[in-house]
Design a protein around this ligand. Sequence first.
Ligand code: FRU
Length: 502
Amino acid sequence: MTFLPDASEPWSVVVRLAPDKEDYWVFYDVSHLMGKNLKISADVDEKTLKKIYQADEIHGQDSIYQEKNRPQYHFSTKRGWINDPNGLVFYDGEYHLFYQHNPMETEWENMHWGHAVSADLIHWKELPTALYPDKLGTMFSGSAIIDYQNHAGYNKGKQPAMIAFYTAASDARQVQCMAYSLDKGRTWTKYNKNPIIDSKEKWNSQDTRDPKVFWYEPSKHWVMILNERDGHSIYTANDLKNWTYQSHVSGFWECPELFELPIDGNPNNKKWVMYGATGTYMLGSFDGKVFSPEAGKYLYNSGKLYAAQTYSNIPENDGRRIQIGWGRIQQPNMPFNGMMMLPTELSLRTTKDGPRLFNNPIKETEQLFSKIDSWKNLTSSKANELLHQFSDYDKIRIRTKIKLSHATEAGFNLYAQRMISYDMNANILNTMFYSPQDPTSMELSADIYIDRTSIEVFFDNGIYTSYLERKPDPNNQEGFHFWGNNIEILELEVFEIKGIWK
Ligand code: FRU
């Protein structure tokens, strides 16, 4: 379909329209063209074309957020596909969550920037589409900042511009662009001299994308970290428009991040963290132009998390490094697909192997939970009996600490799906090599967040997180089930979870 508005550029999207009975309905937000004429052209028969109509309500409006597989306390979009979080920025009481969005279908295509806002990172309100494809391409991933000092020249009086950096992707190339908003991210104007970086020839590669921009106070300049071919490049600018290439670190793919964190909360002992879309990270130092890796690569998570990004402009008196990542989770038979995993706080803590990244749900999540019951020192069969009644809950949180009695395998299932799978003989915990802080320890703790389609397991205070799609075996009757040779359940707590949608 091609959209041809009056007095602005046309753009196209790919969409498979149903010739007969539709699988689901989607809407396409054109509120930014209010008062203008919009011509839509598509190469389809008249019967199909007639199903396209204009309205102020979304088809199926009343059932939104009440669908059978709708995540209950995680963000998901009303309709269509989502992947990476983009433009995570806090401003004037609102956390913005932009995201890779195909408004037309439940598979990846037609990248737009969708938009949602929240006052607490838990309850979200989906807003109109922020960025639409244009002649440079579709809107791939990127970031956002607040330009308090008017370096780009877009501020209006006391109103600082929110500036988004994104990749415009076409079949020919991926180029970096910017757009600004003076109304808290609701409407956007693209820079009239886009692109700001076009580096295909330099790298002899199509893969140059996902700009993440931040302010570097010691040298008072802007830094952009950009994934180019085999790793992350660093660019700098004073005006946010003219960027100078500085350096490159090989070994990462997509969605770059670079930020500084104190170790054990000590402001006099800090390290920089660089990571890519899988979350593999290096620790090192950064002088504003060059990141020098000292250690890594390490991994703090495995499974379904991808393309996680951290917030910019978090107030100094808060100071947290807050992250949201995309859950590559299928929403079966739903008019939407994918989800965002719980927002987490990243921290660097000393371990027996040196400083490592820890990942824990942010404190705001606590409002969701109320304790139903807790027990101590149970056999696994007693624990299984106590948990049985909760096995079919659509959402529930379980905290537990188990103690092995043999150096063999132990774990915890939900309808035969392994949420904890610990092979102490091979030292493998949920697919990853795992050596506990006390290497002689027979204990393991886990904080497990279950939603309708997802499971997040935070091990041993956040040293390692496992992100899973919830996939019960329909032929299994067990429900919650601890297993292992003579294991003990030292602690067990069950929390009820409030949903976030009205
Ligand atoms: C990561 C990614 C990014 C890209 C975006 C496109 O999931 O491939 O590199 O910008 O998704 O949707």
